[in-house]
Ligand binder design. Structure first.
Ligand code: PEP
Ligand code: MG
Length: 747
């Protein structure tokens, strides 16, 4: 870096800062800035393009192009060179713009006179705001230092835009964080909620992007990095850490002590940025890399760097997690992602949760479900847009979030909430009535659970018992392996809370998407089909045995129900069952009380088990279809993969025919059968399952009411006839016929 250019970029930044300090409306400021940049860089043209909506850029200010084109010239993301810069978030630097691939000539601007082009993104930590462009008549290739100067200028503009410096310069230049924004994500947990934003990790606001005195700034950054290093070292020296946590923190330490990181930030300060802006520049670069790295390990490391940058910014600005904000009374948690334990800490105080990442099967989603809080996942960029206290509406049914909604939207939304509350009242009135259909068949409705927090719903929902208790949740929310006594006490509390109702405890189902934080997952090419669930329990039976002992001790003479996940062939069930019997013998020989009765069942989650020998069905005390897994293996469609997970319909007749086969096999052997996947909680699916012979369904507590209400209104003969019609027509799915029939049913 030449000294000359160092001082040039510093000079430019200073002039920019002074310009920004002058009073004036947004448009005036933008106009002054483009003049200033063109003048400082010796270019004929300087233009600022800002996003009008996520797909469209608009020319908002220019020096050198025709003034009439301001707020008129627009281009799509990816269109022309400006669109390319915006999409790729990388500069385009060319001496001969018209010869560039993708160049688009915009006659209204008069830009045909200019040959060279340099465009850089205006972005703030991965948030795309627009593009800053300089152009010249002569065919010049802008030097590295000029590119750098324009990049940091763009960064400062982004910071100022964040602070609302350009408000009033057209719709697009209005300060962010005041307009209504709608996010379309995916459903994590159904339900609607209205409230105010509570950021899990509030964003740090940088108010001084330009350095007044580089030497002071360098001292500040060194001191802050020093403090950061000490804090990471302290974390590492904490006694309670296990090996895994240490490994993660080691990676943190490596970054915190990285000389390259500090050096790059010092260079940025020397070129005119403040310490905070230098950290953000590095963070933006890391985020941009993160978007392009497919390797999950590397992405995680870049994520570490991102977290460290946030910590460093908090040290520099003194804005800790505790920013002085008080949690609103109706908080809706907004976060990039959140761990299950952290979410449980917030507990039922939250009205809703919105995540940028997450997945339907993630632990946070499971906890949100247990707490019956509406959850929207994949709400991209919401943490960049939302501020603490912003009004927000969460539509968990549609996976939509309205941030700072218009009053009309809010009003319609409130109507929806009121309607849901009405429906809840209706369901509550059915609580003590059986789910008996018009044709006189009673379906036993149970609920799925996994946390103590779920248990109050047993009473509230009117479920007949817990058809699936996912024991792994207790393992997932801890930082280390729970002990036997701890588990026994917990299972006893679950049984106490169930007050004699049946609880089917499923043994530890880890692997695939459920990774214990304290157990290193094996490196598997396809974890969903890998070493998971009962396979782990049988190969390494230590934890399984400990868990079985805890269950037996918890029962203390009461009935006990145990089921094994992902049983694929009979011998696995025999081996797993033998473990239970062995532990029973052992407890008995130790003189401990054993359960009064014990039921040992298998989850049917792989198609192969449906074709197991009859002896399997005779040996199993019951079979429970884990539809989530069974469906993913039947259709070969990963339940975690957004691209395919909704592709195949549960009411597809091939799948229904297959389920009928399972019903028949259980009936032949007299084996009780239930269905405990998510589909059991969807009213139409539940009716179809009942129609083909399932007499016990287990679902999330909130679904018991709607499913019961519908079952009580229908005649299963008619449902079977509708399925029959679909089959006779050679249809792929029974859904259209079932819906058509239900439309004629008086509900
Ligand atoms: C299933 O697979 O349907 C099931 C109930 O288990 P889980 O969702 O916990 O894998
Ligand atoms: Mg499963």
């Amino acid at each position: 870096m030449a000294d000359r250019s160092e001082s040039e970029s510093r000079k430019l930044l200073r002039r920019l800062r002074d310009t920004l300090r002058e009073p004036g409306a947004g448009q005036e400021r933008l106009d002054r800035i483009v003049r200033l940049i063109a003048d400082s860089m010796g270019c004929e043209v300087c233009s600022i393009y800002l996003f009008r909506d996520p797909e469209t850029l608009e020319l908002c200010a220019t020096q050198g192009l025709k003034k009439e084109s301001v707020h008129q010239t627009r281009m799509r993301l990816g269109e022309g060179l400006v669109g390319r810069v915006a999409r790729t978030l990388t500069p385009v630097n060319t001496p001969d713009a018209p010869a560039e691939k993708g160049f688009r000539y915009m006659p209204e601007t008069g830009e045909e006179l200019y040959s060279s082009f340099l465009g850089v993104p205006i972005q703030r930590v991965g948030e795309k705001l627009g593009v800053l462009v300089v152009q010249s008549r002569d065919k010049r290739h802008y030097s590295e230092d000029e590119v750098y100067a324009l990049e940091v200028t763009a960064m400062v503009l982004a910071e100022m835009a964040e602070l609302g410096a350009f408000a009033g310069a057209g719709e697009n230049a209005a300060p962010p964080h005041v307009q209504p924004v709608t996010f379309r994500g995916s459903t994590g947990q159904e339900g609607a909620a209205e409230g105010h934003v509570w950021l899990h990790e509030p964003r740090v606001v940088v108010t001084n992007p330009v350095a007044d005195d580089p030497l002071t700034e360098i001292e500040r950054i060194r001191a802050a990095v020093g403090e950061l290093r000490v804090s990471v070292d302290d974390l590492l020296n904490a006694e309670s850490l296990d090996k895994e946590q240490k490994q993660v923190l080691e990676a943190y330490r490596m970054f915190a002590h990285s000389r390259g990181w500090l050096r790059r930030m010092e260079e940025d300060i020397a070129r005119g940025l403040s310490a905070e802006a230098a950290v953000e520049k590095e963070q933006s670069a890391a985020r941009a890399r993160m978007e392009q790295v497919p390797d999950p390990y590397l992405r995680e490391r870049l994520q570490d760097l991102d977290d460290l940058s946030n910590r460093l910014l908090r040290i520099l600005t003194g804005q800790g997690n505790d920013t002085g904000a008080t949690m609103p009374e109706d908080p809706i948690l907004v976060a990039r992602n959140i761990g299950p334990a952290e979410l449980l800490d917030y507990g039922r105080r939250l009205r809703g949760v919105v995540l940028e990442e997450g997945s339907v099967g993630s632990h946070a989603a499971i906890v949100a479900r247990a707490l019956a809080i509406p959850l929207v996942i994949h709400a991209e960029r919401i943490t960049t847009e939302a501020l603490n206290g912003d009004p927000i509406l969460v539509d968990g049914d549609q996976g939509i979030v309205h941030l700072r909604p218009e009053e009309t939207v809010a009003r319609a939304f409130r109507d929806k909430i009121a309607m849901q509350a009405e429906a809840q009242k209706r369901y509550a009135s059915l609580r003590n009535l059986p789910a008996t259909t018009l044709c006189g068949t009673t379906i036993s409705l149970h609920m799925n659970a996994g946390l103590m927090a779920d248990l109050p719903s047993l009473e509230g929902s009117g479920a007949d018992g817990v058809g699936l208790f996912r024991t792994e949740l207790q393992f997932l929310i801890r930082t280390k392996m729970p002990r036997r006594a701890e588990l026994a006490a917990l299972y006893a509390r679950v049984m106490d809370a169930a007050r004699g109702k049946r609880v089917a405890f499923r043994t530890l189902d880890i692997g695939s998407d459920k990774v214990l934080p304290y157990m290193k997952p094996p490196d598997e090419p396809n974890p969903a089909m890998g070493w998971r669930a009962v396979r782990v329990g049988l190969d390494k039976p230590g934890v399984l045995r400990m868990q079985l002992q805890a269950l037996i001790r918890a029962a203390r003479g009461r009935p006990l129900t145990v089921m094994f996940p992902l049983v694929t062939e009979m011998s696995e069930f025999q081996a797993a069952r033998a473990h239970v019997l062995r532990e029973l013998d052992r407890e008995r020989s130790l003189g401990h009380p054993v359960p009064g009765t014990i039921e040992i069942g298998a989850m049917m989650e792989t198609p192969s088990l449906a074709f197991a020998p009859r002896a399997f069905f005779e040996l199993a005390d019951f079979v429970s279809v884990g539809g989530n897994d069974l469906k993913q293996f039947f259709f070969a469609a990963d339940r975690e993969n957004e691209l395919v997970r909704r592709r195949y319909d549960t009411l597809n007749l091939s799948f229904l025919t297959f389920l009928e086969r399972i019903v028949a096999r259980c009936a032949e052997a007299g084996t009780p059968l239930s269905f405990c996947g998510e589909d059991a909680g969807r009213p139409i699916e539940a009716v179809a399952l009942a129609a083909i012979g399932f007499r016990m369904l287990s679902m999330r507590p909130a679904s018991v009411g709607p499913v019961k209400a519908l079952l009580r209104k229908v005649n299963l003969e008619e449902a079977r006839a509708a399925i029959g019609r679909a089959r006779a027509e050679g249809a792929e799915s029974a859904r259209p016929r079932l819906k058509e029939w239900l439309a004629s049913v008086e509900i």
